[in-house]
Write a protein that binds this ligand. Structure first.
Ligand SMILES: [Zn+2]
Length: 352
């Protein structure tokens, strides 16, 4: 294919975009098509960083919103080219998230005078290690490209608004004892037994439910792993309990670490990695108008998503897209046509 036809209706455009394979790391062909199609749109200025394409209107509006989507997919599962049957498009990437990308491209091409300035971001390498993520790279290289009052990430959400996302922190609780022969166990100090108190505190911990902008983020502090033991005849001198804390976006990473240390007071808690959450920002006028336009009760996002990258830049962000997240990454991945049309219509109404 040598060009993208942005006059195609969004479901047809979803098929065309999906049929251009763009497994993470191989997005160049699709990024080229997206870039050249957007360069043909007179009301947009276009920038590119690697395989990320950014297009924007510059009408001097009071607010700027960002509409973003990743153009890569997970590896194929014998599921391309797309097949359309009974109002449903089957194929790799249809739900996650070429359907959202199709809607964003349609908006970019067909809204010459939106009521808010809009920045459209089509980025690479979302489905792989975080350090390759195109949005993260642009945030480092050219953070001004992502500036805005509010962002919509068009990941699959069944066309409901999922606000913000929770943060995540992992820590190792290291228990030390003294090694001895198990036949003379009184000479040792059993580190595995010491894990009992750690597990008891975790099991009895009542996680918080934090209300932010009317969304209730349900936290969780759990043991997700345990290791220890030397041999069948040795009292173990070390045991490590790995803990994962999913925390509301109103907490910083430091505050989250303090909670874990407080619950496990007296133990050696070593934080191994963490990522902050993202505030939903639903009280911002642009966000409130967006939620009203969508017309469905917004939901909190529990998992970590790229909205956190916007939040780190001071841009509140939500997920909103036509796909069904439960079929993402599956061989049987599909996207229904009706929510694609609904999303386009609602976004068009929002941007006036
Ligand atoms: Zn995705």
């Amino acid at each position: 294919m040598d060009s993208l036809d942005l006059s195609l209706p969004a479901p047809e455009l979803t098929v065309v975009l999906s049929d251009v394979e763009s497994v993470s790391g191989s997005e160049t062909a699709l990024a080229d098509l997206v870039e050249s199609a957007l360069r043909d749109v007179p009301h947009l200025s276009v920038d590119r960083d690697g395989d990320t394409v950014v297009a924007r209107t510059s009408l001097g509006r009071a607010e700027r919103v960002v509409v973003a989507g990743h153009i890569d997919t997970v590896p194929l599962g014998d599921n391309l080219p797309c097949r359309v049957e009974h109002g449903r498009i089957h194929g790799c990437g249809t739900t996650d998230m070429k359907s959202g990308v199709a809607v964003a491209l349609r908006l970019a091409a067909h809204l010459p005078a939106p009521n808010r300035d809009v920045t459209y971001v089509f980025y690479d390498n979302e489905e792989v290690e975080a350090e390759k993520n195109g949005l993260g790279r642009v945030a480092r290289n050219s953070p001004d490209w992502l500036a805005g009052d509010f962002a919509v990430l068009m990941e699959p959400t069944n066309a409901t608004v999922e606000g913000g996302c929770q943060g995540t922190l992992r820590a190792d609780v290291v228990l030390r004892g003294h090694r001895s022969h198990s036949a003379r166990s009184w000479m040792g100090d059993n580190a595995v037994h010491a894990a009992g108190e750690v597990l008891r505190r975790l099991a009895s911990y009542e996680a918080e439910q934090v209300d932010i902008d009317g969304l209730v983020y349900r936290e969780g502090l759990n043991a997700v792993g345990i290791s220890g033991g030397v041999a069948g005849n040795v009292i173990p001198d070390e045991c490590v309990v790995t803990v994962n804390y999913r925390f509301a976006p109103s907490k910083s990473e430091d505050e989250a670490a303090a909670v874990v240390r407080q619950v496990l007071d007296g133990f050696d808690v070593q934080v191994s990695d963490s990522a902050p959450g993202a505030l939903p920002g639903l009280s911002h006028p642009a966000a409130a108008a967006f939620v009203a336009m969508v017309g469905r009760e917004p939901q909190p996002k529990f998992g970590w998503t790229d909205v956190a990258r916007f939040s780190a830049l001071g841009v509140p962000a939500v997920n909103y897209g036509p796909g069904d997240p439960s079929v993402a990454h599956q061989r049987e991945e599909y996207c229904d046509i009706a929510p694609i049309l609904e999303c386009e219509q609602r976004m068009t109404a929002w941007l006036g």
